[in-house]
Design a protein around this ligand. Sequence first.
Ligand code: HEM
Length: 445
Amino acid sequence: MATIAPKRPEVHSSPTAYEALKKHFEEHPEERLQHTHKWDVSRSDIYAENTWHPIFREMREAGPLHYIPESPFGPYWAVVQHKAIQHIEALPEVFSSSWEHGGITILNRLTEEEIAETGVDRRELPMFIAMDRPQHTGQRRTVAPKFTPSGMAEMEGEIRQRTGELLDSLPRGEVFDWVDKVSIELTTGMLAILFGFPWEDRRLLTFWSDWSGDTELATVRELDEMRWGFLHEMAAYFQSLWVERTHDKEPGDDLISMMIHSDAMNQMRPEEFMGNLVLLIVGGNDTTRNSMSGIIYQLDKNPDQRKLFEQKPELIPNAVQEILRMQTPLAHMRRTCTEDTEVFGQKIKKGDKVVLWYLSANRDEQVFENPDKLDIERENARRHIAFGYGIHRCVGARLAELQLRILLEEMHKRRMRVHLAGDVERVRANFVHGFRKLEVEITEF
Ligand code: HEM
């Protein structure tokens, strides 16, 4: 590695930012966001308390999509059926992902006044997940080759070794938090391998990209400021890695080197490079982590399926799909309508916010029989849309699947059975769907 690289910037992020915010809103509950509409599924309590099922079921029964006239995030269309989400994602020109129109989550862009007041401007970090064609196509191409089957095969050995080591180091006969000790550790390890990120600093990756910030607690602006503070810090750190890698004589096979030396890189502005790196870290972090927690939660709650997994390890690849369906680590993605149009009989206006609830689509009884039951033999488990659909379908899907498969295989090899044995704390947010804490104990089968 070149010696001329600048010193990496110090990291100032506070691991207690989330706790501070949580405490503040516990003391000032009146400042929580107010939700009045019965179908306003942007409310975070239903995810924190796991009570969303009957609400979405009622909405699906009533139709594929519904207009929600009021919410703390403004009016929006809630798309709740599987076929309607696929239909909308197949029309990316009409339903835009771009920041210019509004971006990819239910949060609104800051207004010009708010940007001036806070100095926070999301548009500073362009990412291809929030771009439309043709820019999206070119930029996605710079990273996609890393995620091909051969790219995955190259990573498998190292991921398997790290996973095995971690499982061997877990405490026996005592209760511990699976989220912290396993889900976070394996996910950050995987990202560190992917980026060639300094191993000793890998926990920073978790820390910077903890987007599961509490959407109910924080006001939209506070959330934005917190996230963007972290993102800028992360961008500064990566800039130093970028400079190091640019001077490497032999380009490495990590994702950063690959991007730097790709042809399309010539057409990318530095801030786009940074934005896309941030996207990969954020995109791969909470999502994979919560699938790893979902594995434990789902198997514990379904002892018949756990037995089946223990008896038939050949079911693991399908079990991965089924667990992704049941967990759905990202509850929604958002689009903005670019022209007046009609979808399944509903008139959507130019500028309308359209929220695609994957969480609901993956429980759609028109597609999945007995959808609330984990069934690792389910024939159509692969039809889940936890990775989205269409041109923006998750670029890291294969890597996520690989990691989850390895985790289940290595647990099976060790005859490891993991029981819930204490607190289960869920994320209080309407975007990231997962667990903050999962206290478990390990036995053998
Ligand atoms: C896009 C889910 C893992 C990187 C997406 C989308 C979803 C998603 C729902 C948006 C699709 C759409 O708008 O139609 C997940 C889940 C994961 C996961 C559930 C784990 C279980 C990863 C990993 C990475 C990654 C491991 C990379 C390290 C990305 C990127 C995009 C994306 C870069 C943008 C793709 C585009 O706009 O073309 N993911 N993801 N994701 N994901 Fe993932």
